[in-house]
Design a protein around this ligand. Structure first.
Ligand SMILES: Nc1ncnc2c1ncn2[C@@H]1O[C@H](COP(=O)(O)OP(=O)(O)O)[C@@H](O)[C@H]1O
Ligand SMILES: [Mg+2]
Length: 455
């Protein structure tokens, strides 16, 4: 992408009403623009980040054996009356009437809609296990939308629903989600700690929230410092292997980690030695629930089991805050000059900076580098504008692309360009072909996950 033809409305001034770094930086870097309270447009740079996050979420869900689909944002109130939640949900639900006076709502979540689909088509234990998910916009009329996309009213969420014959099968689905979530966050460079939580309007008593530690987080958390050493890494996980998946969950849930809603000081003190006790704040980037037959009973979602008996489905639901993650990643990775994107979610991988736009030799060298990198499948943002070098660097630092390739007449005379890592600031002078080879080796054509190749 050429910056001269792109749409990157960066702000010089720090927006006054943005209270936390990620909100300020998303506005300044031209990633989002508020449309109304808690509702944002995703401008081109922000949109690229959102899609990268979404893709990782898809890949890890598909890897875990979960099946993507898409449900609408608008739902009929009738379904929510069946579950009893139409009245329970309260002011957070945006209620709408269509031209015929029929009551509709903008979905805050989808348990009712998915249960309606499954009860219509799934009739036998042979159709199970089944986990369906989608990534779709949600609306919750939050009383206090704030912190930009972190607590919006309209937000993008992955929500998945498992349908199983027995409690044991549903708990395996719960565990599968836990492991796939840990992996999802790690791929984005984040450590999100599963913490025992309270269930809220979804219901059920088996639930964990995933929290990224950050001073600006809205949740108060208590944990054993030992948990921050745990990583899933590149472990081979067989999601059908119940014992392996359960063992990983046990590893990640044994050290004490709870949000203030479930925190128990007596247990904390009994289980965790004083030097390892931590109290801090966290950003909730996901939550998983097992709630048994809470929806299948009122909505009549049943199958016939091996013995020919009709039984209610065991269910759970599992959410990832896709749009919130864009903010959470920036909270975790920024400095005083701007964002420090982890490579997996960076809007572009490389920023190519032409220090003397209009100089024939420099332009030609940049054009060649740009063409070669693009041909190699590297995502490049080429600053081909007439701005001063200082302004170009400031913009690149602000938008936080992991690598900057700087090309100027002086370097070219010596046969070199400069490759700089945004995170460390470390720079290296390389021959242009070496720089291309280095970046191609790092980012070359991306291999899609086998089953996610359609994405
Ligand atoms: N208002 C919001 N703005 C942005 N993301 C949200 C919002 N509400 C929830 N999310 C994200 O969606 C995920 C799943 O939602 P859920 O757990 O049902 O929400 P809540 O914790 O608010 O009840 C949350 O973990 C969070 O990451
Ligand atoms: Mg939650």
């Amino acid at each position: 992408m050429r910056l001269s033809r792109y749409f990157l409305p960066v702000l010089k001034e720090t927006p006054a009403d943005a209270q936390i770094a990620s909100h300020r930086l998303m506005l300044r870097a031209g990633m989002i623009r508020q449309a109304s309270a808690g509702i944002y447009s995703w401008l081109p740079l922000g949109f690229r980040v959102l899609k990268k996050i979404e893709r990782i979420v898809h890949e890890e869900q598909i890897r875990a054996g979960h099946i993507p689909m898409l449900m609408p944002t608008l739902q009929s109130a009738d379904l929510w009356r069946e579950s009893g939640r139409y009245d329970d949900y309260g002011e957070e639900m945006l209620r709408i009437k269509d031209r015929h006076g029929r009551e509709m709502l903008y979905g805050p979540t989808n348990e009712e809609l998915i249960t309606d689909i499954v009860r219509a088509h799934v009739t036998s234990y042979r159709d199970l296990p089944l986990t369906l998910y989608h990534i779709q916009w949600k609306f919750r009329d939050e009383i206090r939308p704030r912190f930009g996309v972190m607590r919006g009213r309209e937000f993008y969420m992955k929500d998945g629903y498992n349908f199983d014959l027995t409690r044991e099968d549903a708990l395996h689905a719960y565990n599968r989600h836990m492991v796939s979530y840990i992996r999802t966050y790690e791929r984005m460079g984040l450590q999100a700690i599963p913490m025992r939580a309270a269930s809220g309007p979804i219901g059920g008593d088996n639930t964990h929230e995933f929290l990224v530690l950050a001073d600006t987080g809205e949740s108060e958390v208590f944990y054993d410092a030992a948990i921050t050493d745990l990583r899933l890494g590149n472990r081979e996980v067989d999601y059908n292997d119940r014992e392996q998946v359960a063992a990983i969950c046990a590893e990640f849930t044994t050290p004490y980690a709870r949000t203030d809603e479930t925190h128990d000081p007596a247990v904390f003190e009994a289980e965790v030695p004083p030097e390892r006790r931590r109290q801090s704040r966290g950003i909730e980037v996901g939550q998983i629930f097992y709630f048994g037959t809470k929806y299948s009973e009122p909505m009549g979602a049943t199958v016939v089991n091996e013995k020919g008996e009709r039984v209610h489905l065991h269910m759970g639901s599992h959410g990832i805050g896709v749009s919130r993650l864009a903010g959470a990643i920036i909270e975790a990775f920024h400095d005083e000059r701007g964002i420090l994107w982890p490579e997996e979610v960076a809007p572009f991988q490389v920023g190519l900076v032409n220090l003397r736009q209009g100089d024939a030799g420099t332009d030609a060298a940049c054009e060649q580098l740009y063409a070669q990198l693009q041909a190699a499948g590297v995502e490049v943002l080429y600053d081909d504008t007439d701005e001063r070098a200082g302004a170009k660097f400031a913009t690149m630092d602000l938008i936080g692309l992991p690598w900057r390739l700087t090309v100027g007449p002086r370097g070219l005379k010596a046969g070199v360009v400069e490759l700089t890592e945004r995170r460390t600031g470390a720079s290296e002078e390389l021959k242009p072909q070496e720089a291309v080879a280095r970046l191609t080796a790092r980012f070359g054509p991306r291999r899609a996950e086998p089953d996610a190749a359609w994405l």
